[in-house]
Structure formats: structure tokens, C-alpha cells
Design a protein around this ligand. Sequence first.
Ligand SMILES: [Cu+2]
Length: 247
Amino acid sequence: MPESASAHGKGIDELILYVHLLMGALFVGWMGYFVFTMLRFNKGANPKADYVGARSHASTYLEIGVAIVEAVLLIGLAVPLWAKAVDNPPGAAEKPVELQVMAQQFAWAAHFPGLDGKWGKQDTKFANRGNPFGLDAEDADTKDDVSVMTEAFLLPVNRPVIAKISSMDVIHCFKSAAMRVTQDAIPGLSIPVVFTPTKTGDFTITCAQLCGNGHASMKGVFKVVTQAEFDAWYAEKSKAGPVTSFD
Ligand SMILES: [Cu+2]
């Protein structure tokens, strides 16, 4: 598994391990059965065909056993893990960092509300490749927003992140393997993903949905840094104002 650097990563890794153990057991079981049937039912050992077939109920019990293990994995592990990820998003008390992430062919952009904590006015009529978030440059709340187009954006370590994922053209998919999050970016929708980075360093965003001929190079980078480093970067970016066009 790639390095895990988020709080919920361990749960995801455990689920993947248990699913693979079940798959491994099924693989060994089926291969064993395959070899058994080749030996047991070969022509030499069975000169006369038997039309009754299996008389034992072993296969039924095995099938029930597999179904029970699958139910335990689904109900006991997968559903609670998913519920934990989406049912109770971090509230104000947990001081989450909120940002919007916009995908476009073939790049990722990020947008933060800036030091005033208020999102600037956004409208699709302002949106273009140089202003993917459709920011209204004239709006007072916009002027201190932070938007990052091509360079890496920063996130503080050990604080929950709520990233609202969207797309301005086709369907993309925001994937950060280290954060153990994958979420489709769909035009017209803003879908939150929640994770808490637990390690500092550079992390990659890849696009996990075939989106055109530049799909493979659609890479983004974010840096997880200390709270102090994040604050300094955020203040500087907020002072500079958001990108609302390429020129
Ligand atoms: Cu893409």
C-alpha cells in the first residue's frame, strides 16, 4: 500500500486487507476444487457417467459461509467506515479548513475563503479557464479570497479538511492516495470529501476518471505543513487576492 497520511487511512487499509484475505481464501478454495474435480471425475476413474451428481451438502454450507463473511465485511466494516466519513462532517468546534477544488482539463485549482472567512461571490457567468471558480472580482468578499491555479496549495497538519470537489467541464475524479480519498468531480455538483492529514510533506492529486487525452498528466500537488507555516502562506495569499483571470 502507498504511504497513508490521513487519520482514517488505517480503517481503509484494514478493509482492503480483509477483502483481499477473503479473495485469497476464495482463490485457494476454488483452485483446490478445480484440481479435485479433474482428479475425482476424470474418465479413467469414472468409466460410466453418474447422472445424480453431488450428494453432499458441503458446497451449500461453504456458500453460506462465504456469504456470512461478505456480510460481516460489508455491514461490520465498510458501512460504518463510510458512515463515519460522511455522516458527521467536522463542525465549527473542530476548526476544519474548508476549500473548493475545481477540476478542468487537465489541471486542479483550489479556492479558500481568505482571512475574512467569507467566500466571495461566485457565478458561472464569470467562470472561464483563468477563473475556474467564477469569482466576481468586484465583490468585497472576493478580494481577500485565496485561489491557487497551478502551483501547490498548502494544508495544515492534524486539522480536518473539507474539500468541496467540482468540475468545470467533464467528469474528473479527485484522488489522493496518501489521504485515502477518491471522489468524482462532477460539473454542477459540489461534493465534499473530509480527511485529516497526519503527516507533513508533498502529496499528489491524480485524476482517477478517464477525462480526455491529457488525463494521465492531470496532476496536482499540495503540501501539508505546520499550522504556523499554513497561517503565513494563507495571510500572504489572502493579501494578494485570488486569481480571476490569466492576464
Ligand atoms: Cu481528469
